[in-house]
Design a protein around this ligand. Structure first.
Ligand code: ZN
Length: 332
């Protein structure tokens, strides 16, 4: 059976991998770890390996105006202006030394956010059940009013917000990047309709993510942080993630699960200091699928966040996608 026949047979039920070459146009600076090669490493690891997913390069980002409209729900206008101005005088930086920009950075940032917006729209319109979004720059450190930690706009948060608003239903964001997703936490801190689970190294960059950070007001109990000491392996990291998913999923009963899939807890990562392997990422991704099948009609949107060893990044993204594959319906 050819690949086209397989796509046709499974239709929208196949895991979709979405990306776009615009995102290679963000070139932070020589030697910066968040480099265009990251995207190529992920896409080449996912291409031509017989995995049961569709690398769909035709599913483009939402139009820029629509993307900026959604970004304006979660981010202050001043941040978007500073990004625009920073890129206009590139090479430059936005909000600090971690976030250099090049002439192509605006296109990359808007494309990553636009793919998130489009995925959210496709999901609420029933055209998409499950996708892996190979995007950069990453998003989970992006605060309402500040770019930081290589992140400018919070891609995963944009997708979650679209689903929660459109359906008036809860959404769970599950983040297994080695760094605390402080931007996502800040955005949804007082919300009871978008829950946030983060398992991460602590104390570590960006400094937040202690276990007693649980949200405030209506949002109290809908943020769950699981801080781990350096050196955590598959068993420690994945068990913590699974327990958090079970706890927050039971409380929230999400209509969809959005994943901040960073792979910098990998044992070969130059920044993370953890000992997770591809098997650990596959296990955590399977836990997400199981949770989504229990509560969320199987709906999962996974967004690439960190991961800075190119070989480990590609292999880990592939392991994640293997777990996210949608099993074909059993023959009748
Ligand atoms: Zn990270």
């Amino acid at each position: 059976m050819s690949r086209d026949e397989k796509v046709c047979r499974m239709g929208k039920e196949m895991l979709q991998v979405r990306s776009h070459s615009n995102m290679e146009r963000h070139v932070p600076s020589l030697g910066h770890p968040e480099a265009p090669a990251r995207l190529r490493a992920v896409l080449s690891a996912l291409a031509g390996n017989g995995g049961d997913w569709e690398l769909d390069r035709r599913a483009g980002p939402a139009p820029e105006d629509d993307t900026l409209g959604v970004a304006g729900w979660l981010h202050e206008a001043g941040l978007i202006e500073r990004i625009r101005e920073g890129v206009a005088r590139a090479p430059s930086r936005v909000d600090g030394p971690d976030n250099p920009v090049s002439a192509g950075s605006w296109d990359a940032i808007i494309t990553a956010a636009g793919l998130a917006v489009q995925a959210g729209l496709d999901l609420i319109n029933g055209r998409l059940t499950r996708a892996f979004l190979a995007v950069r720059p990453p998003g989970h450190h992006a605060l309402p009013d500040q770019a930081m930690g290589f992140c400018f706009l919070n891609n995963a948060a944009l997708a979650a917000e679209i689903i929660a608003r459109a359906w008036q239903a809860p959404v769970l964001i599950a983040d297994f990047d080695v760094h605390h997703g402080n931007g996502t936490q800040a955005i949804f801190w007082e919300r009871d309709d978008v829950g946030f689970l983060s398992v991460h190294r602590y104390p570590f960059y960006p400094g937040t993510g202690a276990g007693d950070e649980v949200g405030e007001g209506r949002g109290r109990g809908f943020t769950r942080n699981v801080p781990l000491a350096a050196g955590a392996d598959d068993a420690i990291y994945a068990s913590a993630f699974e327990a958090g998913l079970e706890e927050l999923g039971t409380r929230l009963r999400p209509a969809a699960i959005v994943v901040s899939a960073g792979f910098d807890a990998h044992e070969a990562d130059p920044l993370g200091g953890m000992k997770v392997t591809e098997a650990g990422f596959e296990r955590m991704s399977r836990a997400v699928v199981q949770a989504a099948e229990t509560w969320s009609g199987g709906r999962v949107l996974a967004f690439l966040e960190g991961g800075y060893n190119l070989d480990a990044l590609g292999a880990s993204a592939r392991a994640c996608c293997r777990a996210l594959e949608i099993a074909p319906a059993a023959p009748e």
